[in-house]
Design a protein around this ligand. Sequence first.
Ligand SMILES: [Mn+2]
Length: 568
Amino acid sequence: MRYRHRSCDPAAAAEFGRVLGVSATLAQVLLHRGVTELAAAKDYLAPTLAGLSSPQPMADRQRAGERLAQAVREKHHVVIFGDYDVDGTTSAAILADALTSLGARVSARIANRFAGGYGFSDIALAEVRRLEPDLVVTCDCGSSDHPRLRALREAGIDTIVVDHHLVPDEALPVLAFLNPHRPECEFAFKGLCSAGLVFLLVAAVRTELGVDFDLRPFLDLVALGTIADLAPLNDDNRRLVRAGLRRLIAEDARPGIVALREIAKIKGDTEVGATDVAFRLTPRLNAPGRLGFGQLTLDLLRAKTLGEARVMAAEVEGHNQQRRDIQQSLTEAAIEQIIAHYGEHPPHGVVAAHQDFHPGVVGIAAARLVERFGVPAVVVALQEPHDHGSARGTAGFPLHDAISSCASTLVRFGGHQAACGVTLAPAALADFRSSFAEATTRLREQVQAVQREVDLSLGIGPFGLPTAHELSMLEPVGIGNNEPLFHLPHALVEDASEVGQGHLKLRLRMGTSRLSAFGYQLAQRGIPSRGSTIQLIGHLRPDTYRGGGAIEMRIEALYPEGADIAAE
Ligand SMILES: [Mn+2]
């Protein structure tokens, strides 16, 4: 990896920081994000729900709100059907709990990836109909389930679809279709995931019923769904998620969240960022769904007492452990297969496939193969009636282009330049393998030399280490709101050791400040000697172990003092 410094203006940053009451470092980070006006900067540092886009122009929201309010008043049976990922389970949980609190009769079900699969399948339709609904709401699915939705309409059952997946041309045969990607939807922010959409729908139901009902307790679930779905963390999502992060650590958080925090060892009094949520909370909530038990995640999120929540959280953790074990053994088997098939140093993209590969974790395994072999990789679960696989590329590689040129061997594929899903044509594995090898060889020259942008060198001019509190004001960071990348050009190593299996732990001093640093799997590249001065590049995060406002660097790269970070 090569790094490039973004241009900085120390004088302007120092002045902007002085006016805002923050450090020059934080001010320069804002300037890098295009936040240059005082009012915009204040709003960025303390985003409010009052600044959310008006939901009024959202297509069908009013109609859906009216119908749900009628269901509440007339005690109709509302059946909610959610997809099995975190966005699907959180949006179903928000809607089910809110409607129940408002007095509706509600049943909620989650898709099963092994019985019907993703979305509103035939099996899902049969299950929903068995519940004898007066009204059906699909959450995070439905946009392309025309035949099943038509069946509901023909049976005289009203249906509302809440979804943010791609919108097909053919109109949906439903009462209301909430999806910001509908061409006729004039809602200003297009980045909402289903949890955010359901949140706005519940607000419409509340208005329609004319009742006082606090929606803020649902923001924790909105945050989980939004972060897990990799929705952009800007604009409205940033406002919702910032508020939701606070609720996730609240003492009076919902029992399911308290139990989940206990299992993930997140203390209630530490600030959590979007990265903590993405690494420690959402993978656990996703695990049951990957293995066909998504209903458990919904039940955990809706638990009424801490006692029952703890029992369910333990079960969720069991699934999570099983998911890890499956992932580990699949990855090991895939690596062996690659070495046997292509050798230790494959010259082009690789494909691993087996009938024992679990389809729920092929994407993670493909990412491991990319790390291990440094080439694009596909992992395929061979199964009836179709073989499903997941592809990952190396940094800067046009993966979608490569997969597109294998189209003749595929029934279906989709995704983007970093990750794709594929469904193989019958008996096409050998052809797919050779055309993927050919395409990745041909496209290798097109790989962009990736240069990562470093926001700032710290310890130079007015730019000092930011405080933990300042870092929390940037949250949520991730897609759409990049976490700043910092360079420490002169860090004195006070202590250095290997921790866990191959991780590097450092104690550093910069001038009069001290901080710790952690490098995932970096110990094998050598442990810096005590008393030496080194350069580091990485992200700064609150140190959740030490607490008390301490910060820690997550090391991305490490160089000797004076080395050129743009080279190598
Ligand atoms: Mn979603």
